[in-house]
Design a protein around this ligand. Structure first.
Ligand code: KIV
Length: 275
């Protein structure tokens, strides 16, 4: 069944939503063949695919490159693409142009941007251009330096109130869903109850309307696994074992054995005769 922004919104209070990041055709095809509701081409690709320390160096061209690959395999899950750092901060015009490119060139169906009440103007302009927007509040990674590190947000009364105010403001501005990242479980549950749009949690507990995980975290492919990320399969260890076996088989001459070689008639004579 095709997931859309309207099916996402209709799921609130009825069924939980699952979302996972993907950055390439191969992993997107696996999600396509699963019941997972949505794919996020997250700017986390800067860290897990490109080796940066944070998401700040990721460009719109990077996002387009990965989004196009994912879109070729993603048909049934809703496809959401992150707007990278500085692609929506400079002006509303640039924001709409950049988001429009992610839809028209990248092939996504919605964009995600980080921030609260201060981005209502951008969210309204995107909605006016019929570009669906997913919000993102809490431990928003593009604010890593403003936060003084990747730290849980919304722990004080004032910070919790600001997050609820932000959630209400961006809902009123037109987002169809909000990612809540790295905030206490009780706060995420309260925000979820207060909103009419679905919340998607990551490190925000079980009270959200859905969950999102980073592909590499859930597949055991991240060097450090965050506390909130459950590893559903340890593919990372299986890959390492496969590489060690391959290395040993090459070095011992055991690989490639006859079954992996091409044959031709009179191949020995031909090989011996060429000059
Ligand atoms: O970039 C990303 O992967 C994200 C998720 C962690 C929500 O924004």
């Amino acid at each position: 069944m095709k997931n859309t922004v309207t099916s996402f919104m209709a799921a609130k209070g009825k069924e939980k939503l699952s979302m996972v990041t993907a950055y390439d055709f191969c992993s997107a095809r696996m999600v396509q063949e699963s019941p997972v509701n949505a794919i996020l081409v997250g700017d986390s690709l800067g860290m897990v695919m490109l080796g940066y320390e944070n998401t700040l160096a990721v460009t719109l061209e990077d996002m387009l490159h990965h989004c196009k690959a994912v879109a070729r395999a993603c048909h049934d899950p809703l496809l959401v693409c992150d707007m990278p750092f500085l692609s929506y901060h400079i002006s509303v015009e640039e924001c709409v142009r950049n988001a429009g490119r992610l839809l028209s060139e990248g092939g996504c169906e919605a964009v995600k941007l980080e921030g609260g009440v201060e981005f209502c103007r951008e969210i309204k302009s995107l909605s006016r251009a019929s570009i669906p927007v997913m919000g993102h509040l809490g431990l928003t990674p593009q604010s890593v330096h403003a936060f003084g590190g990747f730290k849980v947000q919304g722990k004080s009364l004032a910070a919790a109130q600001k997050l609820l105010d932000d959630a209400r403001a961006i809902q009123d501005a037109g987002v169809f869903s909000i990612v809540l990242e790295g905030i206490p479980q009780a706060l995420a549950s309260r925000i979820t109850r207060e909103l009419t749009v679905p919340t998607i949690g990551i490190g925000a507990g079980a009270g959200c309307d859905g969950q999102v995980l980073v592909w590499h975290d859930m597949m055991g492919m991240s060097p450090q696994k965050p506390k909130f990320a459950r590893c559903f399969v340890d593919v990372g260890s299986a890959f390492k074992e496969a590489l060690c076996s391959y290395d040993a088989a090459v070095k011992s001459g055991e690989f490639p054995s006859a079954e992996y070689c091409y044959k031709a008639e009179q191949e020995e004579e031909i090989a011996a005769s060429i000059k």
